[in-house]
Design a protein around this ligand. Structure first.
Ligand SMILES: NC(=O)c1ccc[n+]([C@@H]2O[C@H](COP(=O)([O-])OP(=O)(O)OC[C@H]3O[C@@H](n4cnc5c(N)ncnc54)[C@H](O)[C@@H]3O)[C@@H](O)[C@H]2O)c1
Ligand SMILES: O=C(O)[C@H](O)CO
Length: 313
């Protein structure tokens, strides 16, 4: 079995050796331009078109992340990049759910215990106890309730918050109220105090966090964007912060990354920023997952994690 690998920033040697250990019978190589030798599987991130095009005998392509929007948008521009019938897989969890839980739970608790307000008071050297927030006024809503959103919802429910989620179809997560489809988006938003976005980037979800959506949240809402920058209309968030409808935001992803120096988001006192690292690919877990999936394909099974080209995620 031949495996080709391309990632613009990962430690290639670590991946080649690691995959070789996972699949001792395989030959794993870094792909270089001009390499047209046979391959059964490709592990990629931002792949050059010529790496994959024409490879009709591939049995699977693995995106080395959870979101496949960059690959799918390249595929739109170059439809021959993925030969017809070759399945595209993505990473499901592989250690990312725990990272997302850490990120979301710590920030929700930060807002719930009013540490943002106490930080502002500290700037004024003010010793001033504030009223506690009540859990029943702190409903958390997950936009997107798949592999990552579902796990984040469960971890926040375990902290005793009312938690709800919104997805394409109904979900059954313990302690989480499920809303599904465009027709239930309004009911989901009504009363949501903390909105956490974990949707994939698709034509249906671009710009979904806009003025119209923000206005339907509870007053003094909080917004956490952990998915993709294009989901959020940044100027609408700034307007909602200005009006007081939104009290604070925590943003990990941006329409343009790195976030340009001149962006007003940097200086806004009620916006916290991290540089797209809410959940990163953990090599060991990812390699174990990919090897397991390859073994399932080789055994004629149907593994999970296949991207639907129709749905775009
Ligand atoms: N910031 C980061 O570091 C980071 C890390 C990993 C993933 N991500 C992002 O998180 C996203 C989610 O990852 P995942 O593994 O949970 O994906 P997933 O495919 O398992 O879940 C997607 C969820 O979104 C819902 N959904 C999709 N389209 C919808 C629509 N039109 N209307 C309603 N619901 C819709 C699905 O029903 C599902 O519940 C990824 O696509 C990626 O962009 C970000
Ligand atoms: O989707 C992912 O895996 C991360 O956001 C990195 O792009």
């Amino acid at each position: 079995m031949d495996i080709i690998f391309h990632h613009p920033t990962f430690n290639t040697q670590l991946w080649l050796e690691g995959m070789q250990q996972q699949l001792p019978g395989a030959t794993v190589r870094q792909w270089h331009p001009g390499d047209n030798q046979p391959a059964d599987y490709a592990l990629v991130w931002h792949p050059p078109v010529e790496m994959l095009s024409g490879r009709e005998t591939l049995k699977g392509v693995f995106a080395l992340g959870a979101g496949v929007d960059s690959i799918l948008s390249k595929l739109q521009a170059h439809p021959d990049m993925l030969p017809a019938g070759v399945p595209l897989f993505r990473l499901e969890d592989t250690g990312m759910a725990l990272q997302m839980q850490e990120y979301a739970v710590s920030q929700v608790l930060h807002w719930f215990r009013r540490f943002d307000d106490y930080q502002a008071l500290k700037q004024q050297s003010k010793w001033q106890p504030l009223d506690d927030y009540r859990r029943e006024d702190f409903t958390i809503g997950l936009l997107g309730a798949g592999v990552l959103g579902g796990k984040v919802a469960e971890s926040l429910a375990a902290w005793g918050f009312p938690v709800r989620c919104w997805s394409r179809s109904k979900k059954e997560y313990p302690g989480v109220t499920s809303f599904a489809g465009t027709e239930q988006l309004g009911d989901f938003l009504k009363g949501t105090r903390v909105l956490i976005n974990l949707l994939p980037n698709t034509p249906q979800t671009v710009g979904i966090i806009n003025s119209q959506l923000l206005n339907q949240l509870a007053d003094e809402a909080f917004v956490m964007n952990l998915a993709r920058g294009v989901h959020l209309v940044e100027s609408d968030l700034l307007a909602a912060l200005e009006s007081g409808k939104v009290k604070g935001a925590m943003l990990d992803v941006f329409a343009k990354e790195p976030l340009p120096m001149e962006s007003p988001l940097w200086k806004h006192p009620r916006i916290a920023i991290t540089p797209h690292l809410a959940a990163v690919t953990r090599p060991q877990e990812a390699m174990e997952y990919i090897a397991k999936t390859i073994r399932q394909i080789e055994n004629g099974e149907s593994p999970s994690g296949q991207v639907s080209l129709h749905h775009g995620y």
